[in-house]
Design a protein around this ligand. Structure first.
Ligand SMILES: Nc1ncnc2c1ncn2[C@@H]1O[C@H](COP(=O)(O)OP(=O)(O)OP(=O)(O)O)[C@@H](O)[C@H]1O
Ligand SMILES: [Mg+2]
Length: 450
């Protein structure tokens, strides 16, 4: 069946140009000159896809998008925007647009995105459903803090689409785990997820890994070799540490993202692939764009949906749950009966600033489980660096600290001082013992045993 595209743009010349190209590619095209007319057409009959101009005289693109995703949640909408308003396009993606194109529209890219959106829609069709969001299943993962809950919600929205995802966060915050989750919760989950660490290789070697090479392309290229883009065809490519890529390689990546095409090193024929890219970095790409070491156009292409993983020290509420998860994991692996952590040990764990984030916490618990001789992890099972912090650092009131964080810190500190005696701590804090217990539970500090 021929796909029917609804083309919404108030600029007649631009609309006509797009219509001609789409018709030539074999699509049926219906035109609308503003959002109102488009919505009326949609109410009347069904379309396979909408191409929607972002800025229009009457009903604005974002407004029209909101109405469309509400009335037709399964309908893919591709936004068309001027380069300068690309940030609005990113907003549109968050609101459920399938993808966006920047003006002047590159026709190859247009056809590629349209094709991808239609295929996505077909895959979605059998399950039906009202929302584009899917429940996210991430194995071996814990995150209940406000920041993580928000991130998981965004992940649920974006995973099933083909949108490029940029994962940013300090080392050990879980970027790779999140990349796995995006792939596993996408419709490409049965196709390969190929990974490449861009920081580990020099420019030439990296390009050869990415794009492959022909026999004799360079000294040592004894035979033809497929690159990671080819291997990931139909699936997902995870480009780790993309901030460490040279500007030359960045330009080549941009071309694959926009046109889906590239050449092997030393090759003359152009290869086409269908790959979803997930990128990650611990660097501040925005700052790199400002100082010229990262291409702005690539940044915007990658950051269609940015996922920012907060450092562990900014989400101490997650620590007790993570400690429990890792304790269980390593107790099982080491065939040990350990089912708790002493209050003193947990207070230390929550007071530490975790420069290595979750990876450091995980290693710390693994080690503690191995050293542990009883049924619960004790203070002396922790690494000396943690044991040596004599007290939880004094809460520093400064703008930006929430009252809750201050309260939590003060409670921890007081408990430390009273050697864990809750009755005395409550007295010092001027609250009842029950209120203190409630607060401990609220802050996830009550998982210990006396
Ligand atoms: N929310 C989480 N729940 C459980 N385990 C986690 C979570 N986040 C990270 N981990 C674990 O912490 C370790 C580090 O995670 P990961 O490798 O994904 O981090 P990263 O951000 O990619 O680090 P790097 O920048 O050093 O590559 C892994 O063992 C991972 O399983
Ligand atoms: Mg990593």
């Amino acid at each position: 069946m021929t796909a029917e595209i609804l083309l919404v743009d108030d600029d007649l010349a631009h609309r006509t140009m797009l219509r001609l190209h789409l018709a030539e590619a074999g699509y049926l095209v219906t035109e609308a000159e503003d959002g109102d007319i488009a919505l009326a057409l949609l109410a009347d009959r069904s379309f396979s896809l909408v191409l929607l101009d972002m800025r229009m005289q009457r009903v604005d693109g974002l407004e029209a998008l909101a109405a469309m995703t509400k009335s037709h949640p399964q309908l893919p909408v591709i936004m068309v925007t001027a380069f300068s308003s690309v940030e609005t396009a990113v907003e549109a993606m968050r609101q459920g647009a399938f993808d966006y194109l920047t003006k002047p529209v590159d026709i190859d890219q247009l056809l590629l995105v349209v094709e991808r959106a239609l295929r996505n829609r077909q895959l979605l069709a059998p399950t039906g459903g009202e929302s584009t969001s899917v429940p996210v299943a991430i194995e071996g993962f814990f995150g209940r803090s406000r920041q993580m809950a928000e991130l998981i919600r965004t992940l649920g929205l974006v995973a099933p689409t083909d949108a490029t995802v940029l994962i940013q966060g300090e080392s050990g915050t879980g970027k790779e785990l999140i990349a796995d989750a995006v792939h596993r919760n996408s419709r490409r989950c049965d196709a390969p997820l190929i990974k490449l660490n861009c920081a580990a290789l020099h420019e030439n070697l990296l390009e050869s890994e990415l794009f492959g090479h022909e026999k004799g392309a360079f000294t040592g290229a004894a035979s033809q070799r497929q690159g990671r883009f080819e291997l990931a065809d139909g699936g997902t490519l995870f480009l780790d540490e993309i901030g460490d890529m040279s500007l030359t390689t960045q330009a080549k990546i941009l071309r694959v993202l926009q046109q889906g095409e590239f050449e092997r090193l030393g090759g003359i024929s152009t290869l086409k692939v269908d790959v979803r890219v997930i990128a990650a970095t611990h660097r501040d790409l925005r700052r790199m764009v400002d100082d010229g070491s990262f291409r702005q156009d690539l940044y915007f292409r990658l950051a269609v949906v940015p996922l920012e993983l907060p450092p562990l020290r900014e989400r101490p509420d997650d620590i007790p749950g993570l400690v429990e998860l890792f304790t269980q994991r390593y107790a099982e692996r080491n065939r040990k009966q350990i089912d708790a952590v002493s209050r003193e040990a947990l207070a230390k764990l929550q007071g530490w600033h975790w420069p290595g984030n979750i990876r450091e916490l995980e290693n710390c618990i693994e080690r503690a489980v191995i050293l542990c001789t009883g049924e619960r992890i004790e203070f002396q099972d922790l690494p000396s660096a943690l044991r040596e912090i004599d007290a939880v650092p004094a809460p520093q009131p400064s703008p930006g600290t929430s009252l809750k964080d201050m309260e939590r810190q003060l409670i921890l500190q007081t408990l430390e001082q009273t050697g864990g005696n809750r009755t005395h701590a409550a007295e010092q804090l001027g609250i009842t013992r029950q209120t203190l217990l409630n607060k401990l539970r609220e802050y996830g500090l009550a998982v210990t045993r006396d």
